[in-house]
Design a protein around this ligand. Structure first.
Ligand code: TYD
Length: 222
């Protein structure tokens, strides 16, 4: 299949600031006249967003790790077919907040399902689609998780006061050991695929991080 566009994914721990950076890069590339799609996983399609609600809602109790991994891939397969491949064929730059590296880090390492299962499923269900470039945002584990928890608490309080179901994130309720495994999983991916995966320091201001990302994008997408 022809791929005239560019596929760029963003990865990292919860609360590291990925969505802000996806948006900033999107704005910068649009200002240069490029067609840009910003999207996310799990989600990115109507079906995917439904799957996302099941996955993130803390009311989803006792979801098995295998079912969790299968749902991540169900969302992804739909996303690839409905959004990512059509956009790439049209020559767009697709910026995606999380992709299969998240499954390898969270389900493969965090849930201890192993990398092989994730990579096998990626081949079968996703045609082994690889990003042209992956930005792995790196920050102190405690800082990232603390930020994610505060953000979620705020969102849950807002939802509650608006009379809606407070949609907490199941993943952010995991313990420190889980996130340490996720981080180690990311480090292993970055070491194995050092051409594709660029680790970017995200400890500074959002503007500083954006500048670092722009440098990487310029170099890789020349
Ligand atoms: P989200 O709020 O989008 O992430 P963030 O907190 O980084 O902004 O929540 C997505 C959650 O889903 C996040 O905790 C990581 C998890 N996840 C997986 O466990 N496996 C996956 O394959 C994907 C795409 C996400």
């Amino acid at each position: 299949m022809s791929r005239r566009g560019k596929f760029i994914t963003f990865e990292g721990l919860d609360g590291v600031g990925k969505s802000t950076q996806v948006h900033k890069l999107g704005e910068a590339l649009r200002a240069e006249g490029r067609k840009v799609i910003e999207t996310r996983e799990p989600g990115g399609t109507a079906t995917g967003e439904k799957i996302r609600r099941v996955l993130l809602d803390s009311a989803t109790e006792e979801l098995s790790s295998m079912a969790e991994m299968a749902l991540m891939f169900a969302s992804r397969a739909q996303h690839i077919a409905e959004v990512i491949l059509p956009a790439l064929e049209q020559g767009a730059v697709v910026l995606c907040d999380r992709f299969t590296d998240s499954t390898e880090a969270y389900q493969g390492s965090g849930r201890k399902l192993g990398s092989d299962a994730v990579l096998d499923l990626h081949r079968v269900l996703c045609g082994n689609l690889q990003p042209d470039l992956t930005i792995l945002l790196d920050n102190d584990l405690a800082k990232s998780i603390g930020r994610a928890r505060r953000r979620n608490l705020k969102a849950a309080l807002h939802a509650k006061s608006a009379g809606k179901h407070a949609d907490e994130n199941r993943f952010e309720q995991q313990n420190r050991a889980f996130f340490a495994r996720v981080r180690a999983g990311y480090e292993a991916i970055a070491a194995r695929e050092s051409r594709r995966v660029n680790v970017v320091d995200a400890s500074g201001t959002p503007e500083e991080t954006h500048k670092r990302i722009m440098e990487v994008v310029r170099k890789q997408l020349k």
